[in-house]
Design a binder for this molecule. Structure first.
Ligand code: BF8
Ligand code: SF4
Length: 633
């Protein structure tokens, strides 16, 4: 009855080893959960007060309302709002930590440098701060003050980070709908309040509140986090490395960073290089760092660190028997890792006060002790290497060359080789003449309900074959990296002829001597802000609304609340946003219609649910074709 678990050859190999080693994986637990609750699947269960749980009968024979009178429409809309607020909370909290780090770095209170001075000046200019004469650290503190002012805003003024960065046409739309967010924390609090017992019973009002959370996510979460991280660690530029579990090395200390916030993983990368002599002293070649999930994407983008694997295969990384330490920070960390690690020599290390896992070693990370913590963790990996049992090691011989590091600045620099005065012109001209038929951003996760990576890969192959340029982030980027869509050969193999000719010209102009890849790796999930920035820049250059552009978004295998909040933001930007997994909204016909149709009239964008990858690609292409037609292309 169950579909294939994965198409990733490394994961397939390791699933066999997991079975031999007696390891339970996410797929086993998924099977044990079958059948999953129908009420939960449809989104018509409410536990918001102690009179509940209340469930609505989807067939119309049983209860039509909860004990307090709440209807299915309201339960569904309320649940969705809470999920999107949950995603936004995760991203805003992430961004906040990065703001704090920049503040302390600018005050010389911690050992972090400001590597992205160009980004700092760019952001300061967008915020309307005087930049030319200011010293770097003084300017950084001014930027930090604006970010803190947003976080502590007690007025009704909208979020400054949004006003400074969002397209003007969009701001007008959001204002007319009354969804411009103020203080992000206040908005998230309001969402919790609005959905508690005895509050909003208007599904339309709840859906608009959900859209507001999308804006909180987009600007106080994604954009703010990327901006701060680029200031601290530098703007990414193209790097070449490899992806998939074959990047682990049998003769080196293997240290995996997993999670999302790069504050610790950057330090780990630094100290892994510094302490390599200590690894050599115990007989290892070197200390090899590789990444899982978005911590992996962060250190890939800026340091060229290889990608180990994405969300669904995190347990299997340990099953290789070759991981000495897996260090985690926040988000998307399966608690089961502790159990898996206990069957091997791997030391699982948690570092954050809000992520503790029984069975893991907890080494508290603070900005002040970052270097000491990183050294301790690297040394733990060296010590664990000595305990590695070669009989338990199996590293799949699977790794694929990838090019990553496509920040907007890097893309613009490559385009400037063709047109220094107007770098966006070559891109826009090629979109206008149809060589690039459109752009699709593929983002988000793996989800155990979908054969791992299959939706990302099949849909994107169909898109690039039809001359759609793809930009990817998150676990989608991992999937496409593993399957050869992020190297020059991928352009030769998979891209349609027109797209191939553009990517070839661009690659040569950029001095690569080969085509650019058909899928541009633009970073972690918070780096979806980079895609937003690119779309905003193109719209500004053309003088049109982002909703008019032949651009769409897709989360083919979404699992996290964050994927819903990112998707909601994409919808507020006016993009058709595809989901390859049905979110729990089908229990309300009217809310489903609102999300997939009604929203278009007021906001320009909409959700589009399609669970077949080829049909999804065709649907996105049809949407892009309609937008081209409306633009007269
Ligand atoms: O923030 S794509 S599974 S790792 S939530 Fe998680 Fe989803 Fe992966 Fe990155 Ni994004
Ligand atoms: Fe039931 Fe209403 Fe309480 Fe929800 S808030 S659990 S629908 S009584």
């Amino acid at each position: 009855m169950l579909k294939a678990k994965t198409i990733d050859p490394a994961a397939l190999e390791l699933l066999k080893k997991a079975a031999t080693d007696g390891i339970e994986t996410v797929w086993d637990r998924y099977e044990a959960q079958q059948p999953q609750c129908g009420f939960g699947t449809l989104g018509i269960c409410c536990r918001h007060c102690l009179q509940g749980p209340c469930r609505i009968d989807p067939f119309g024979n049983g209860p039509k309302a909860g004990i307090c009178g709440t209807t299915a429409d309201v339960i569904v809309a309320r649940n969705l709002l809470r999920q999107v607020a949950g995603g936004a909370a995760a991203h805003v909290d992430h961004a906040y930590e990065a703001v704090e780090a920049l503040e302390l770095a600018a005050e010389d209170k911690i050992n972090y440098s400001i590597a992205g001075e160009d980004k700092l000046r760019q952001i300061a200019t967008a915020l309307g701060l005087e930049t030319p004469s200011k010293d770097t650290k003084a300017l950084a503190l001014e930027v930090v003050r604006v970010a803190y002012a947003d976080m502590s805003n007690h007025s009704r003024q909208p979020l400054q980070w949004l006003l400074a960065n969002a397209p003007k046409e969009r701001i007008a739309v959001w204002q007319s709908l009354g969804i411009l967010p103020r203080n992000p924390d206040r908005e998230i609090r309001e969402a919790m309040h609005q959905t508690t017992m005895g509050m909003d019973a208007d599904p339309v009002n709840l859906v608009l509140a959900t859209a507001k959370q999308g804006l909180v996510d987009g600007y106080a979460g994604l954009k703010l986090a990327t901006d701060m991280q680029d200031i601290l660690f530098g703007i990414p530029s193209p790097v070449v490395t490899e992806a998939n579990l074959g990047v682990l090395k049998s003769d080196s200390v293997n240290l995996i960073v997993h999670g999302h916030v790069p504050l610790l993983s950057e330090k780990i990368v630094y100290w892994a290089k510094k302490l390599s002599a200590e690894a050599e002293a115990v007989g290892a070649q070197s200390i090899h760092v590789a990444g899982i999930c978005c911590s992996g994407n962060e250190v890939l983008m800026r340091q060229g660190i290889p990608l180990a694997t994405n969300f669904l295969a995190q347990e299997l990384a340990i099953v290789t028997g070759a991981v000495d330490v897996m260090v985690v920070d926040v988000q998307c960390i399966m608690p089961s890792l502790a159990q898996v690690a206990s069957c091997y020599h791997t030391e699982l290390i948690t570092t954050m006060p809000i992520v503790k896992i029984p069975g893991a070693t907890h080494i508290p990370f603070t900005l002040e002790n970052a270097d000491e913590t990183a050294q301790t963790i690297v040394r733990k990996a060296i010590a664990a290497y000595k305990k590695r049992d070669p009989r338990k090691v199996r590293i799949p011989d699977q790794r694929t060359t990838i090019m990553a590091g496509f920040s907007v600045e890097a893309i613009t620099a490559a385009l400037a080789q063709l047109n220094p005065q107007q770098p966006l012109k070559p891109l826009v001209d090629n979109i206008a003449n149809g060589n690039i038929f459109g752009v699709v951003a593929t983002v988000g996760c793996n989800n155990v309900k979908v054969t791992q990576d299959s939706f990302h890969v099949e849909m994107v192959k169909e898109l690039v074959r039809n001359n759609i340029l793809v930009a990817a982030t998150g676990c989608s980027a991992h999937a496409l990296a593993k399957f050869g869509l992020m190297n020059s050969e991928g352009t030769e193999r998979f891209a349609g002829d027109n797209l191939k000719s553009v990517l070839t010209a661009l690659g040569h102009a950029a001095g690569l001597g080969a085509p650019l890849p058909p899928v541009l790796h633009m970073g972690s999930c918070v780096d979806n802000s980079r895609i937003g920035d690119l779309v905003t820049a193109i719209a500004r250059y053309l003088g049109v609304d982002t909703a008019a552009l032949p651009v769409a978004a897709s989360a083919p295998e979404p699992q996290h609340e964050k994927a819903l909040s990112i998707g909601t933001w994409a919808v507020t930007m006016g993009l058709t946003t595809h989901l390859g997994v049905v979110p729990p909204v089908l229990g309300s016909k009217s809310v489903t219609e609102l999300l997939t149709q009604g929203l278009t009239e007021v906001i320009g964008g909409k959700f589009y649910v399609e669970t077949d990858p080829i049909l999804a690609a065709q649907g996105l292409i049809a949407d892009i074709r309609a937008k081209r037609k409306a633009l007269g292309l």
